[in-house]
Design a protein around this ligand. Structure first.
Ligand code: SF4
Ligand code: SF4
Length: 280
């Protein structure tokens, strides 16, 4: 089972929800797919980590063989190749590793070399298996690394995925194959605006979803009204609470200090399982 926690923007409490949910329901795989800014580990403080590099095949041009014919640049849809008067250059960060340029080169001047784009860290923390990706600085394409993080999903276990914020490609890559999506929002006009954009994306993916309102009580009724009008279940409301905020700022998941919340998250999980089973 895969439950993905997402939000239309950063700072809504998405990671807090993912971590507290994982810690409350027992044995889980917790995968942080926000590879540009992973922060699940800042709440879990893993000590022993296994780290592996993630590489992608990237073209390399043998300038001695290259006749500057331009066929590779013509083929590349991502403008990752420039054929000059004396040299052919590859802009590695723009390359999507499709392998096409190597195939179309008539002079066999292109080979592929493995290039590191980031790392995956894994830690066994008792009942929680933590996996998170870390994109190298300057790498613009997050989806390949997200895909590598998702390869650690264990299909016969419970997987909680923390998605990147927003509604762009990395979020969609994370959400794909999920059994259920949890959208975390705040009860403010900004929260509602970002939630409505996230809902549009999620509806396209045809994955069942519900909403968690974080910092409930700080804003207005707009999010609740929106959910009601659009028949979206509100799964949980987490009130704006000084203790929760303080614990977060100290890097402590609040279920560890406020055990009454563990049951709320267990109930949330059981409710999600029911919704999945009922196809809602
Ligand atoms: S591998 Fe594909 S994306 Fe990369 S430079 Fe070659 S044609 Fe362009
Ligand atoms: S297709 Fe091959 S020979 Fe032609 S410019 Fe590109 S690398 Fe050089």
């Amino acid at each position: 089972m895969i439950i993905t926690v997402a939000s239309g923007k950063g700072g809504t409490g998405k990671t807090t929800v993912a971590v507290n949910l994982a810690l409350s329901i027992g044995s889980t795989n917790l995968l942080d797919c926000d590879v540009e800014e992973p922060n699940v580990h800042t709440l879990l403080h893993p000590t022993k980590m296994q780290t592996t590099s993630v590489t992608v095949p990237t073209p390399s041009v043998d300038q001695d063989k290259c006749t500057l014919c331009g066929k590779c640049a013509e083929f590349c849809q991502f403008n990752a190749i420039f054929v000059g008067k004396t040299k052919t250059m590859i802009y590695e960060e723009m390359c999507h590793s499709c392998g096409g340029c190597k195939l179309v080169c008539p002079d066999d001047a292109i080979t592929e070399v493995e290039r590191s784009i980031g790392r995956i860290h894994q830690s066994n923390m008792g009942q929680t298996q933590l996996v998170y990706g870390e994109l190298s600085i300057g790498e613009p394409i997050a989806t390949t690394l997200i895909h590598a993080v998702k390869e650690q999903v264990k299909t016969d276990e419970i997987n909680i995925l923390d998605a990147p914020p927003g509604t762009a490609c990395p979020v969609i890559e994370t959400m794909r194959e999920s059994d259920y999506l949890v959208l975390v929002t705040e009860p403010t006009p900004f929260g509602l605006h970002d939630l409505s954009m996230a809902v549009d994306v999620v509806r396209e993916l045809k994955i069942p979803f519900g909403v968690i309102i974080n910092r409930a009580g700080i804003g207005d009724e707009g999010v609740e009204e929106f959910c009601k009008e659009n028949n979206i279940p509100i799964l949980l409301e987490i009130p704006f609470n000084r203790q929760i905020a303080e614990l977060y700022s100290r890097g402590i998941p609040f279920v560890q200090e406020m055990p009454e919340w563990r049951q709320q998250f267990k109930d949330l999980f059981n409710h999600i399982v029911e919704l999945i089973n009922n196809g809602k």
